[in-house]
Ligand binder design. Structure first.
Ligand code: SF4
Ligand code: SF4
Length: 355
């Protein structure tokens, strides 16, 4: 697979690399096999985070004998220097390594948060110290809002920026991406599947948009993201060896989108209108144990794909239903898309429990 230089770092990374979110919910053995399969097929860049539960440990265990052949990128979502120092030490231990290639400040989505992490006792100070001590090699930032990330790179020479770029979220491409390219900052694409991650595995939905298989959806999403000049790599979330194989195939065969392929995205765009849940899981855990992405996915199936029976079935399988929500609002503070989750759960209850 093609490798690209990650900005002005010394890292040559595979254009399709490994997103470590899905293995959070996979068992240990499957997670190890998944990360290992990625390595066997040539993927050399692994993205994880302290917020991804056991993801760091699983990647660390899967690749400990080949540590010097791969790059590790992880992140802290905590904002103070003391907390970030603790996270760096935890990441080193979990990843079974003495150094981390790229440490990122995670999900900086507004200016007050940027101010906080860049303050004297903010997380960035911990990363700079760790870099001087050799614990981390490069410092990056991640977020979902182009205007905030532009402000971040104007204030500090981050080595990399990670941001969504997909058929639904292209605003970054218009302004942030050219700036990164001009300044030789690595641009890592998260969520290349967008809402597609919710639908790629579903045959009914594939049929609705005219795609032939989940592999084709993965391939199109990768092709789409890599078609923007300045993109260093995409990190689709990979949760089993088959997904790894499909992603690697997409990375080996990417090229310009055909007219027919563009039509699939156009169709999806007309269906996936806001607000809708991307299934990223950042809103979890809910203190009431509501599986928010699962319920919002059922809502999506009902209201956007008109697959009512499927949607009701999905909802019926939930051990904790939407009516358990006590409206504490914690999930909405965590959701990078600022979705009105409480209102959406009320809709789910109304739409999915009707006879
Ligand atoms: S608002 Fe409802 S769904 Fe969200 S965290 Fe609180 S109880 Fe859970
Ligand atoms: S509600 Fe928001 S945070 Fe939760 S899974 Fe959906 S998009 Fe992600």
């Amino acid at each position: 697979m093609e490798k690209r230089q990650l900005g002005n770092t010394d890292m040559m990374v595979t254009v399709v690399s490994f997103g470590g979110i899905p293995i959070i919910t996979r068992d240990y053995e499957l997670s190890i096999r998944t990360a290992r399969r990625a390595y066997e097929l040539g993927i050399n860049y692994y993205d994880t985070a302290r917020a991804y539960n056991t993801s760091e440990e699983k990647i660390g265990d899967a690749l400990k004998d080949v540590r010097d052949k791969v790059f590790y990128a992880t992140k802290t979502h905590l904002r103070s220097k003391t907390e970030a120092e603790r996270h760096i030490q935890e990441s080193l231990k979990n990843l079974r390594t003495s150094y981390i290639d790229l440490y990122q400040i995670h999900s900086v989505d507004d200016i007050p948060t940027l101010d906080r992490v860049m303050s004297k006792d903010g997380a960035l100070a911990a990363l700079e110290e760790a870099q001087k001590k050799g614990y981390i090699r490069y410092i990056g930032i991640t977020g979902h809002r182009a205007e905030v990330l532009i402000e971040a790179i104007n204030r500090y020479p981050f080595a990399t920026v990670m941001s969504p770029l997909n058929f639904l979220e292209q605003s970054h491409a218009a302004n942030l991406l050219p700036l990164c390219r001009e300044r030789d900052i690595g641009f890592i694409v998260m969520k290349p599947f967008a809402g597609g991650s919710l639908v790629t595995a579903d045959k009914d939905v594939q049929a609705l948009v005219g795609a032939k298989s989940s592999g084709e959806m993965a391939k199109l999403s990768v092709k789409f993201a890599l078609s923007f000049p300045g993109v260093s790599c995409v990190i689709p979330g990979l949760g089993n060896p088959q997904e790894v194989e499909e992603a690697v195939q997409a990375g080996e065969e990417f090229g310009a989108l055909t007219e027919e392929e563009k039509q699939i995205f156009e169709k999806l765009k007309t269906i996936l209108v806001e607000p809708f849940c991307r299934g990223c899981g950042y809103c979890l855990p809910c203190p009431q144990s509501i599986d928010i992405p699962a319920i919002l996915r059922a809502l999506l199936y009902a209201t956007r794909f008109n697959l009512m029976d499927r949607a009701r079935n999905m909802y019926a399988q939930q051990a904790v239903k939407a009516d358990a929500c006590v409206e504490c609002g914690v999930c909405e503070q965590r959701c990078p898309y600022k979705l009105p989750i409480r209102e959406m759960l009320k809709s789910a209850r109304e739409v999915l429990t009707q006879c």
